[in-house]
Write a protein that binds this ligand. Structure first.
Ligand code: NAG
Ligand code: NAG
Ligand code: NAG
Ligand code: NAG
Ligand code: NAG
Length: 657
């Protein structure tokens, strides 16, 4: 099975000699009738096969359909990164953007220890090697596997005498669906042996939406098909995230579909609407999807394109599947950064009261009763947290932390507790950010994604350059590699001298804090449960707090959203009477995901969203059930409120259910 060629040539040498060879020499892997020709990164002694197709191009009639397996044949040059899947906005990238956006994007990249005679280091640890399979983040709307280069991880694994293979995949984003991951896992299972990989030792890891995706792979098909992976790492996400995986019938999704369909000139009510969408030109579709997506620029529970309960892949609410133990019971590492969602709550707000916090909650999670938010905000009294950045009002930082609790940390705590009933688990808190990453928005502190540069490693992540960051990066990589190779992050030795990472258990002090050796990095922000120690150290679970107990007690409400049941008539009545509280608590605010305004109008809570890039009336205007406020409202609430509502609430009878 193992068939990597030992014939190596330095590609640049050929280029220099001007040989017009049709097939550049490089590492070879034979898969069925196909011969994949990769290239070698000599700096790291890593072989790379880039842009390997694992599915037929999902274009034309295959658009929006399940991915179809691709069988390659003949010689396939795999020396250039492939297209990125279409992304909303200008792109969310950790590294240099590589590749063009295209629908034809279902490819993966493979990084292995080099078989070159120049690199003898792996010789004692012969293949097959364990595989680390990465699912990128980006809110299901952005990102690409191309942004995650495996050279440093692979190089480090060789140095640890425990070589691994790293795989990073693309999967479809936004309107185009998120499918591809399962087929890519299948492709790796079937073919990775040809690259030196062990199909029985695949660890699936991911960050943010990638972590949620990993969790959804665990609950997929009610937990069946575990043979595709044997372990999981979830960085800042879980399947029960309060990006809540709602029912497929959630009205906001119909609205988003209608907006796109109308935008490309198809007739939403025609029986052949689906054929019309399949026939649309990619470029037109991209532009329209981008415009619709741009209307909701921040993550919110009702972002137009998120995984939903489809009854098959996501057979039921993930929290229900978990409670019924219908998930793949594999060992797991999971953790969060210290400050997580500080990038989500706009700093343009002036948050100074509970009312505003409660209102924001209502905007983003309208399916949760107002009283629940009232109770929730009581766990962290006003000004529990200092606000070091002095942005967004006195309660801004506190708001970001409550958001982090309800979106990420509390659901994550429930998830790891459930998985721990069946498998070994480890939990971390990531408490460092590189100076380069921090400089982008210092008030965000140790924000969501802070660990990414460290995990992917020195030099391949430009942000990892200072010795303290390099040291921390290598410690974390060692844990990840050890876990992938042996199902225990400690097997390859202490991550830092004298520090072992104990398994997660409820109520014990065994959360590993990843921090620079000298203890620097954490801002003195007073986030609940955090400790500042030197280097890697252990602490009690920072999520073992009353607010997460409260979340757990209300899990069914939070994690199993049902569409609100206000009728169009009652919405209109509420609108007419300016009962903003009622509206905020009802269906009318569905789809508002980017609170740019929160305050009060006529003594009532008022919350709104405004897209800063495009006029409100533009494409995303199935808006008959939707109310937008403008920022001007801050200055003259009444006038703008009335005008804005009049402008968007044009047809109370249409599209409201
Ligand atoms: C590869 O790993 C070795 C051992 O950890 C390290 O000394 C070397 O700097 C790494 N190479 C690169 C290019 O980072
Ligand atoms: C990306 O698009 C540009 C402009 O259309 C083109 O020149 C380039 O070859 C494309 N790159 C890839 C990798 O397809
Ligand atoms: C859209 O399709 C419906 C149902 O076939 C039809 O009644 C209507 O006239 C169509 N609208 C336009 C603008 O073609
Ligand atoms: C965990 O399990 C409990 C009890 O079985 C269940 O109520 C809860 O929904 C589960 N939570 C998650 C996040 O899976
Ligand atoms: C923020 O709101 C508080 C309380 O209403 C007020 O005192 C303060 O002046 C406001 N700050 C700004 C910058 O508007």
């Amino acid at each position: 099975m193992f068939s990597v060629s030992s014939c190596f040539w330095i590609l640049s040498l050929f280029a220099g000699l001007g040989l017009g060879v049709a097939i550049s020499p490089g590492p070879i892997a034979k898969v069925g009738g196909a011969t994949y020709v990769g290239f070698t990164d000599l700096t790291y002694s890593v072989d790379i096969w880039a842009g390997i197709r694992y599915a037929n191009p999902p274009v034309g009639p295959l658009r929006l359909q399940h991915p179809q397996p691709y069988r390659g044949s003949g010689t396939i040059l795999s020396q250039e990164y492939g297209n990125r899947c279409f992304e909303i906005g200008s792109g969310w990238n950790q590294g240099t953007q590589v590749g063009n956006n295209s629908e034809d994007c279902l490819v993966l990249n493979i990084y292995t220890p080099s078989q070159s005679s120049k690199n003898k280091r792996w010789n004692t640890e012969r293949p097959p090697w364990p595989v680390m399979f990465y699912v990128h983040g980006g809110g299901y709307n952005q990102g690409s596997g191309n942004d995650y280069k495996g050279q440093s991880l692979v190089n480090h694994s060789v140095e640890l005498k425990s070589p691994v293979i790293v795989v990073a995949i693309n999967y479809r984003l936004s309107f185009f669906g998120f499918s591809g991951k399962r087929l890519a896992l299948q492709w790796i299972h079937d073919n990775i042996a040809a690259f030196g990989g062990d199909p029985e030792k695949v660890t699936i890891f991911g960050q943010s939406a990638g972590a949620t995706s990993v969790g959804l792979q665990m609950t997929a098909y009610s937990g069946a098909h575990q043979d595709l992976f044997r372990a999981a790492i979830l960085e800042s996400g879980s399947p029960s995230d309060t990006l809540p995986t709602p029912p497929a019938t959630w009205p906001a999704y119909q609205d988003a579909w209608n907006a796109v369909v109308a935008g490309i000139g198809c007739n939403t009510t025609s029986a052949s609407v689906f054929q019309c969408v399949l026939a649309a030109q990619s470029e037109l579709l991209f532009n329209v999807v981008n415009a619709v997506g741009a209307a909701v620029p921040l993550p919110g529970s009702l972002w137009p394109w998120q995984p939903v309960v489809d009854g098959t892949f996501v057979a039921d609410f993930p929290s229900k599947l978990t409670a019924a133990s219908k998930f793949a019971k594999v060992p797991m590492i999971m953790g969060f950064t210290t400050d997580e969602l500080t990038y989500v709550i706009p700093t343009t707000l002036n948050i100074s009261s509970d009312d505003v916090i409660i209102g924001l909650g209502e905007v983003v999670l309208p399916f949760i009763p107002l009283t629940t938010f009232e109770e929730m905000s009581s766990f962290d009294p006003l000004s529990t947290y200092p606000n070091p950045g002095d942005v967004g009002g006195t309660e801004w930082y506190r708001t970001t932390q409550i958001a982090s609790d309800i979106f990420e940390r509390c659901p994550g705590r429930e998830w790891i507790r459930n998985v721990t009933k069946y498998a070994n688990t480890w939990k971390y808190r990531w408490n460092a950010i590189t100076p380069l990453d921090l400089a982008q928005a210092p008030w965000e502190n140790i924000v969501h994604s802070a660990e990414i540069s460290y995990i992917w490693g020195p030099s391949i992540s430009p942000a990892i350059s200072q010795p303290l960051d390099v040291a921390l990066s290598l410690q974390a990589q060692k844990g990840w590699i050890s876990f992938a190779a042996t199902l225990d992050p400690n097997t390859l030795g202490d991550l830092s001298p004298g520090v072992r990472w104990p398994r997660y258990q409820r109520h014990s002090e065994n959360i590993l804090v990843f921090q620079r050796p000298d203890g620097s990095g954490e801002q003195a922000n007073g986030a609940a449960g955090t400790t500042v120690g030197q280097g890697l150290h252990k602490e009690k679970d920072p999520d073992d707090r009353p607010i997460c107990d409260f979340y757990a007690a209300n899990d069914a409400t939070w994690a199993r959203p049902q569409p609100p049941s206000l009728s169009p008539a009652s919405e209109q009545a509420a609108l007419n009477s300016n009962e903003l509280g009622v509206l905020a608590n009802g269906y009318a605010l569905n789809g508002l995901t980017s609170p740019a305004f929160a305050g009060s109008v006529n003594g009532k809570n008022a919350f709104g969203a405004k897209d800063s890039q495009t006029p409100l009336q533009f494409l995303y205007q199935p808006a008959n059930c939707r109310i937008f406020y403008t920022e001007e409202m801050l200055f003259s609430p009444d006038a703008v409120w009335k005008r804005t509502v009049d402008a968007t609430w044009t047809d109370p009878a249409a599209n409201c259910v």
